[in-house]
Design a protein around this ligand. Structure first.
Ligand code: HEC
Ligand code: HEC
Length: 268
């Protein structure tokens, strides 16, 4: 396993959510299937050349998993589409206002929270996959207090992540190190003790580590001699092969509905 020593990152605010998408525009195009379809075409014509057909980047940055720490919103994307980003190679699109909003509606689906967007797949069949022994998701993840807490709690995952990111988290868990806030860590204390597990909350003063037995260790940073952060996820990397037929789509539909904000709407 390759290890990466990230001493310089220790002061980052790790509770923060990188690249969050701020929701809610009152514009009628948002959520409108016709506008979304129109936007999809416009994206392929005008944006995919730089941002990739699925928005995951190329000459331009990855829009789905944005490495930048600032949030985007419908209005911000609209402005960027209209004006470009001065001083960079991101050009103004030259689209009409209606076209630009259709494009924003599509981007909202692509990079906005999964819970707000339609997902194909059967959520109740997906629930069986999630809680079932074969996939074993709940052996590491909890929803509403049920399951195990080694991996991140997924109670609100549909509201926190875009569908494409949930999909990628399942299929390529070690693909990118965007796991800040829940990395695999090996901590060596000044007294020589070693603690391995998942880092939960970390700031300049303290660190919480959950070990594989589920025990929580509260560690003061003044006690720490060294931290090694694992580059690969403890999550199994073979779900692309292990999930059969519709299981992945069903699981995604189930996870997309895990939202505290829109529970009443999505429990249908
Ligand atoms: C010629 C290449 C190119 C094209 C075409 C292009 N972009 Fe970009 N885009 C970029 C680059 C480069 C950046 C990063 C600019 C920077 O901040 O330095 C960017 C940034 C962005 C951002 C901001 C990302 C963030 O996290 O802040 C958005 C949103 C975006 N582009 C959307 C679009 C859309 C929508 C289209 C189609 C209308 C488009 N881009 C077309 C190159 C391009
Ligand atoms: C052996 C433990 C383990 C199993 C089994 C497991 N995961 Fe994970 N999962 C993790 C850990 C740990 C993370 C934290 C990020 C990382 O290290 O990749 C994670 C991350 C995730 C994320 C991203 C969560 C976030 O907040 O960023 C999702 C979604 C996810 N897992 C879903 C699943 C699903 C669905 C299954 C079953 C198909 C599953 N996991 C099985 C340990 C596990």
């Amino acid at each position: 396993m390759r290890l990466l020593v990230l001493a310089t990152l220790i002061s980052l605010p790790l509770g923060a959510q990188p690249g969050r998408y701020v929701k809610e525009s009152a514009h009628a195009a948002i959520g409108d299937p016709q506008a979304i379809e129109e936007g999809r075409k416009l994206f392929l014509q005008s944006c995919a050349g730089c941002h990739g057909p699925d928005g995951t980047g190329g000459r331009g940055p990855n829009l789905v998993r944005r490495p930048l720490w600032h949030p985007l919103s419908d209005e911000a994307v609209f402005r960027i589409v209209q004006e470009g980003i001065p001083g960079s190679s991101m050009p103004p699109s030259g689209l009409s206002e209606d076209e630009a909003w259709s494009l924003v509606a599509f981007i909202h689906v692509m990079i906005g929270p999964a819970a707000e967007n339609r997902t194909p797949g059967d959520a109740s069949a997906g629930a069986e996959v999630f809680w079932g022994k074969t996939a074993g998701c709940s052996g590491c993840h909890a929803i509403h207090g049920r399951g195990c807490l080694l991996g991140p709690d997924l109670t609100n995952v549909g509201d926190r992540l875009p569908l494409a990111v949930i999909r990628q988290s399942i299929l390529q868990p070690s693909d990118e190190l965007y796991r800040i806030g829940s990395e695999g860590v090996q901590v060596r204390l000044r007294n020589g003790k070693e603690i391995g597990g998942i880092a939960r909350n970390r700031d300049s003063y303290s660190l919480q580590v959950i070990d594989s037995a589920g025990n929580l260790h509260l560690i003061g940073m003044h006690e720490v001699a060294a931290i090694e952060i694992s580059e690969s996820s403890p999550m199994p990397g073979d779900y692309a092969q292990r999930l059969a037929g519709d299981e992945l789509e069903n699981l995604l539909a189930f996870l997309a509905r895990q939202s505290l904000r829109s529970e009443d709407v999505t429990s249908r």
